[in-house]
Design a protein around this ligand. Structure first.
Ligand code: CAA
Length: 258
């Protein structure tokens, strides 16, 4: 399907989605969010895709929800349409790993979108922030909740209350991103990382995603029990037999997601 606000490509088991509203710094309008939800959903059921990469451009991953589109909305409009809910739920429903590749501005809904991905790799030009307070609103796609879990209460509170931006170095040292990469090498390194994920068992990768995400939703004891049962259940898969046999035979495993 053709998209107007995204550039989408599937190659070597990697689904690449590039946000493509460069004139608006990839501001997330309803069309973009609808297309993104559709693209992620389609990749989620496409057997050729084992991992998804979500990116923007050098200047912006996304500078937030589209302020101009929201400007005239009333409470009743926002509430009745349940603004942001369907699209973000569709993205969160995706069971395959999603890597956010961030350069430049990653603000408001952009930062929240990156945090909904499974991990964030960013360039040294990245700037993260939740500046909604400057517009008289609060984050609406999970920023107050997810940023707090990533960086702790004090830093999250400061970011949300002042609207200040965090640079890449601070984002890495505070645990928001997993790695900072020089801007020119970002996409090469991200695609190499995605290729590493795509080599693994796609079945196991989905299980890993589910297990790590469960840590946000449950107690430690229940979470460990959930993990243990998933671990046990993987012994019913061909990929477990293949992975362990390949180790014993000193060869590279061939995973089929079975
Ligand atoms: N919504 C709509 N348009 C946006 C936008 C946004 N979030 N961010 C940037 N743009 C547009 C600008 O209006 C401008 O368009 P025009 O050329 O038509 O005027 C274009 O993108 C380029 O932006 P700037 O000229 O402002 O670029 P800059 O380099 O001078 O500044 C910036 C960059 C600091 C990121 C600035 O654009 C900015 O502050 N943007 C808004 C950031 C923000 O407040 N984000 C939160 C949005 S609310 C939200 O996201 C709610 C939520 O939690 C879901």
């Amino acid at each position: 399907m053709g998209y107007e606000t995204l550039i989408v490509d599937v190659e070597d088991h990697i689904g690449l989605i590039q946000l493509n509203r460069p004139d608006a710094l990839n501001a997330l309008n309803q069309q973009l969010l609808n297309e993104l939800a559709e693209a992620v959903t389609a990749m989620g059921t496409n057997d050729k895709v084992r991992v998804i990469v979500l990116t923007g451009n050098e200047k912006a991953f996304a500078a937030g929800a589209d302020i101009k589109e929201m400007q005239e909305q009333s409470f009743v409009d926002m509430f009745n349409s349940d603004f942001f809910t369907d699209q973000t739920e569709a993205i969160l429903r995706c069971r395959k790993p999603i890597i956010a590749a961030v350069s430049g501005y990653c603000l408001g809904g952009g930062c929240e979108l990156a945090m909904m991905c499974d991990f964030i790799l960013c360039s040294d030009t990245a700037k993260f922030g939740q500046p909604e307070i400057n517009l008289g609103v609060v984050a609406g796609i999970g920023g107050t909740q997810r940023l707090t879990r990533f960086v702790g209460k004090s830093k999250s509170m400061e970011m949300h209350l002042t609207g200040r931006f965090m640079d890449a170095e601070e984002a890495e040292s505070s645990g928001l991103v997993s790695r900072v990469i020089p801007a020119k090498k970002l996409m090469k390194e991200v695609m190499a990382t995605a290729a590493k994920v795509a080599e693994k068992s796609p079945l196991t990768a989905m299980v890993v995603k589910e297990a790590v995400n469960r840590s946000y939703e449950t107690t430690l004891r229940e979470g460990v029990l959930f993990e243990r049962r998933l671990f046990h259940s993987l012994f019913a898969s061909e990929d477990q037999a293949e992975g362990m046999t390949a180790f014993a035979e000193k060869r590279t495993p061939k995973f089929r997601g079975k």
